[in-house]
Design a protein around this ligand. Structure first.
Ligand code: PEP
Length: 242
């Protein structure tokens, strides 16, 4: 039985005042039936950790360095620095990083390895663009992105996978529950036997209004939520639907 995970990705949003207000509004009580996590900008993780210390929310990072050892890597965040702050998850391969930072499948895979080696759970994002979907390449793209990770990560049970169709991120367009389910099932099959225990999250314009339908699908084990996670009330409703 997989416990669902609902993770909010704040991207490059927030301020000390915003974080305080969000934490005051959210008021989550830890639940045995769902894991809840937030990935604030890394700069605010420590402040956010204090703000939600009593709320049973896991901490996540939006990215992590592929470098295993500390050293001369300006601007990067070592996985061990994140665990030092109590962070549990690191998002790797978000489509915005693949697009704007030109992150390759191989780099994303190495980030997943670095995360695991420090005790973080990588949330590996995969997903096709609209053009790729229209060319019927959805499954091929996802298979390629995931294969790069599976080539270097031996213990599949250490992963979370997030299926995030690029055309659905921040656009208000959501994959239908059936569209998402069919991709999630393919991902689970590619993960092999150990994949039965892996959380496969859906991401792409998840809102309070569509969360329940998505979560009712057998292979959708929660969500990676962008825009709607900035609204504490709506994010809470999404968590309650899981
Ligand atoms: C995301 O960035 O991971 C995401 C799913 O964003 P949104 O929910 O805003 O589409």
């Amino acid at each position: 039985m997989r416990r669902p995970l609902v993770m909010g990705n704040w991207k490059m949003n927030g301020s000390q005042a915003f974080n305080r207000q969000w934490a005051a509004d959210f008021q989550w009580t830890q639940s045995p039936s769902v894991n809840v996590a937030i990935a604030p900008p890394a700069l605010y993780i420590a402040q956010f950790a204090e703000l939600v210390a009593q709320q049973g929310i896991w901490l996540a990072a939006q990215d992590v360095s592929e470098q295993l050892s500390a050293g001369a890597f300006t601007g990067q965040l070592q996985a061990e620095m994140l665990t030092d702050l109590g962070v549990r998850y690191a998002i790797v391969g978000h489509s915005e990083r693949r697009q704007f930072q030109a992150e390759s499948d191989e780099l994303v895979a190495n980030k997943a390895v670095a995360a695991i080696s420090a005790g973080l759970t990588p949330v590996v994002c995969v997903g096709e663009t609209l053009a790729e979907r229209e060319e019927n390449k959805t499954l091929a793209v996802i298979e390629r992105q995931l294969a790069a990770v599976l080539d270097v990560v031996r213990d599949v049970s250490k992963l979370v996978v997030a299926y995030e169709p690029v055309w659905a991120i921040g656009t208000g367009k959501t994959a239908s529950p059936e569209q998402a389910q069919s991709v999630h099932a393919a991902i689970r099959q590619q993960l092999g036997g150990a994949g039965e225990s892996v959380n496969i999250l859906y991401g792409g314009s998840v809102k309070a209004a569509n969360a329940q339908d998505l979560f009712s699908q057998v292979d959708i084990d929660g969500a990676l939520v962008g825009g709607a996670a900035l609204n504490a009330g709506e994010f809470k409703q999404i968590c309650e639907s899981a």
